[in-house]
Design a protein around this ligand. Structure first.
Ligand code: CA
Length: 582
């Protein structure tokens, strides 16, 4: 034992990259993230995205003693939506804020260690607020995407830029808001901008240098590339077949933005990225399935080849982005993936081959399909649920308006769900709302909104829009639910302490019993919570953290929902909690 330790120390000293900082985040540590409670190294608390912690100090019996340890303000005049999940490593918290800011905070004291504020050009075009959802850690770097579509890698100790890469042209509508994913030694990122006719793609880079390794477009017809050590690109096969599921030239501006990033399962060696709406929203312009929009796409991380894909909304006409996180878990001895889609259905899919195992609604009203055919994997469309063709409308200007549910903001949106291997339940932050939607003629113009649709969102019930639901992936049953007046927009975490944590736009971080949904604790953070909580252990103490700051897509696009949220105040802070010693 002693000899091994000495050998390790000698090895460390011999390594030229060793300096005053810790050894750095390794692939092995990231692969073990979900099981190692002293760190939070990845978005999702493990690359599978289960957001389950094995920690038990804070549990159903003790959670009522949870009190603030410290709070940190993002400061400045810039607030708006704070959708970021903090990362925890080496005595530091790394947390991103709105407007492409990132902070390193001392875990013990809550004191600021450094801040990096990305200089943004005036012309950025985020569709849905100036949010950022988090960073990735690798070696001594902390890496995040910016609203002007760049990737920035900073030294964890100093906050100094180590590398910076332009991903795409912000003036064409590209931006970045998701946390990058580290999978098998590669940095995997997507792009935002589906409302501007961008082309969604997944890129792999060397996380230490930012150099591209491969890129895989998500819209059928586009060429994939791989890159050699000098950055020279060579063709790596077309995605699908040109014009097979898209007519004419529309695939060239076909959307499918990968704006929520991805998950990775080390047992299948596949990365799972969700893709957004096909562009434009007006579906009458693009007959066909419009692959691989509104899908989950499983990628071989070594080659960037698509291993399988499953399209949740073929020929989408409602902005039902299929971006939602694909969370892998074990069911009946098989590795499955669970996905709560914006379109209102929850899907259970074989993580290895993409075969649909189960699909059921997780909201009460769905107007566009009557169900999912488990044999073919396709939705049973209700054609009356599709907004009308503008060329058949009055003077060719506006098609027939239909009432559609869910609303385009989704039965679930960016807020990640959690899965507990203990209860075998998914915890899904759902919303019950609908919309009037109609189609209009539209042509693509670089940097312009590319929708061809108009809409007004309506709540479906007087007393609530949000519903925190415990869902059994095997039976499709909603085991319990907790209603919430405003739409839920924060993520979820569950723990071996038998708890489910989630935040509300009304400003509360709540803990409920994972088995029953009974509320056991809540704390008012001072602004709306639209971000997922995390937990870790330092020494003998378990901590919980969440960012607070109302914003995101709801106040921008919520229509009639505004009445339920327009009293909420903005903010920008991160809160940390531990059990009171009293
Ligand atoms: Ca969209």
């Amino acid at each position: 034992m002693k000899r091994n330790l000495i050998a390790a120390l000698v090895g460390m000293m011999a390594c030229s990259s060793f300096s005053a900082h810790a050894l750095g985040v390794t692939d092995a540590m990231i692969a073990n993230d979900a099981k190692a409670p002293n760190n939070v190294l990845s978005w999702g608390m493990g690359t599978q995205g289960q957001r389950f912690s094995p920690l038990t100090q804070i549990n159903t019996q003790t959670v009522n003693k949870l009190v603030p340890a410290w709070s940190f303000s993002f400061g400045g005049e810039k607030q708006r939506g704070q959708e970021s999940q903090p990362l925890i490593y080496n005595g530091k918290m790394f947390v991103t804020g709105s407007y492409s800011r990132i902070y390193a905070i001392d875990l013990k004291t809550g004191a600021k260690l450094w801040k990096y504020e990305h200089r943004l050009p005036d012309g950025i075009m985020p569709c849905c607020d100036v949010v950022n959802r988090g960073a990735a850690l690798y070696d001594n770097l902390v890496i995040f995407g910016t609203l002007d579509a760049q990737l920035v890698a900073l030294d964890q100790d100093t906050g100094k830029i180590v590398w910076k890469e332009k991903v795409d042209d912000y003036a064409a509508g590209y931006s970045m808001s998701a946390a990058p994913l580290i999978a098998n030694g590669l940095l995997l990122t997507g792009v935002s901008g589906g409302e501007f006719g961008v082309v969604g793609r997944v890129e792999a880079r060397n996380p230490k240098t930012g150099q591209l390794v491969w890129s895989r477009p998500m819209i059928e017809g586009h060429m994939g590339y791989k890159y050699d050590k000098d950055g020279k690109a060579t063709e790596n096969g077309v995605t699908g077949t040109v014009n097979k599921s898209w007519p004419g030239d529309l695939w060239k501006t076909g959307g499918g933005a990968t704006w929520l990033g991805g998950t990775y399962d080390p047992t299948t060696k596949l990365a799972y990225f969700g893709t957004g709406n096909p562009a434009p929203w007006n579906s009458h312009l693009r007959p066909g399935d419009n692959l691989y929009s509104a899908s989950t796409v499983a990628l071989d991380v070594d080659t960037g080849k698509i291993k399988w894909s499953y399209q949740t909304t073929p020929h989408d006409g409602w902005d039902y982005d299929g971006v939602n996180e694909f969370v892998t878990f074990d069911m009946d001895g098989k590795r499955m993936g669970g996905k709560a889609d914006r379109n209102g259905f929850f899907y259970v899919i074989d993580a290895k081959d993409g075969k649909l195992e189960n699909a059921f609604p997780f909201v009460k009203k769905i107007t566009w399909a009557s169900g999912i055919d488990l044999k073919t994997g396709r939705p049973n469309y209700l054609e009356s649920g599709r907004p009308g063709d503008p060329t058949k409308g009055e003077e060719g200007k506006k098609g027939a308006t239909v009432f559609a549910a869910p609303a385009f903001l989704g039965a679930k949106n960016q807020m990640p769900m959690a899965y507990s291997p203990q209860t075998k339940l998914f915890y899904v932050p759902a919303n019950e709302w609908g919309m009037d939607i109609w189609n209009e003629p539209v042509t693509y113009k670089k940097g312009g909104a590319f929708l061809g649709a108009g809409f007004t969102i309506h709540p479906l019930n007087e007393d609530y829009i949000g519903a925190m639901r415990a869902i059994d992936p095997k039976t499709g049953k909603i085991v319990w639910e907790v209603k919430n007046s405003a739409p839920l927009w924060g993520g979820v975490m569950t723990t071996a302490g038998g708890l489910v944590f989630y935040g509300t736009p009304e400003g509360f971080l709540k803990a409920v019993d994972a088995k029953t949904g009974k509320e056991l604790w809540k704390f008012q953070t001072g602004s709306g919570v639209v971000a997922p909580p995390v937990t870790w252990k330092d020494g003998d103490t378990q901590y919980i953290a969440v960012t607070s700051g109302w914003g995101g897509a709801v106040p921008l696009w919520g229509g009639e929902v505004a009445k339920k949220v327009n009293f909420l105040e903005q903010g920008g802070s991160v809160w940390v909690f531990k059990l009171s010693s009293k």
